[in-house]
Design a binder for this molecule. Sequence first.
Ligand code: AMP
Length: 215
Amino acid sequence: MLGPPGAGKGTQASRLARIYGVPKISTGDILRDSAAQGTELGLQAKARIDLGHLVSDAVAIAIVRDRLSRQDVAKGFILDGFPRTVGQAEALDAMMDGRGPLTVLHVVVPAQVLVDRLHGRRVCAECGTTADPATPDATTCAACGGQLIQRADDDDGVVRNRLRIYEQQTEPLVDYYKARPTFFRIDGNQAPDVVASAMQLSLASVMAVVQGDGR
Ligand code: AMP
């Protein structure tokens, strides 16, 4: 799942993970959990996250490599927020060797819509689920009942930084992937159900080819 902050990657990744019965792997969630637990890695990461900077490739790659060593990814997995740099994408290609094709869903949303979305975004302090923007008065999470909060890095100044870093470091991944037959551009400026359907169509077309190969 490739796209700027606020594109809806987390929401859609959770949804796809439920539909296909595979784990969602969000490097942002894993880093925030480590920070909440007060591990050394987590506290170092928190300082960078709160300013909108990326953590190092070495840290992000180690997190994903470790997560992909678990058994529950055998049938597949949804990556949310990784890779974010060309170095991470190269490491992911190496990790994907022998695991079947990597499908890239590039979620495209106009910049002003992103800023508005991030400005109003509230997430659950317990489970990280993004609250439905259609219910702005809700104070608790519809999924688990936890308290809804604003993420520290959704602060206006930090948002501008994150969008700039996205353009500089992550957007080059579009060029890295776009020639692949498993790369899809998804219009993320539509209702969540419509975005989800477009993603499922793309994934279904890849799976049809894989199954046709007898793999
Ligand atoms: P996210 O929840 O995906 O928006 O990630 C929140 C923050 O975690 C980012 O702004 C980065 O500071 C850090 N982060 C998450 N994933 C990565 C990654 N793949 N590489 C570097 N930093 C990351």
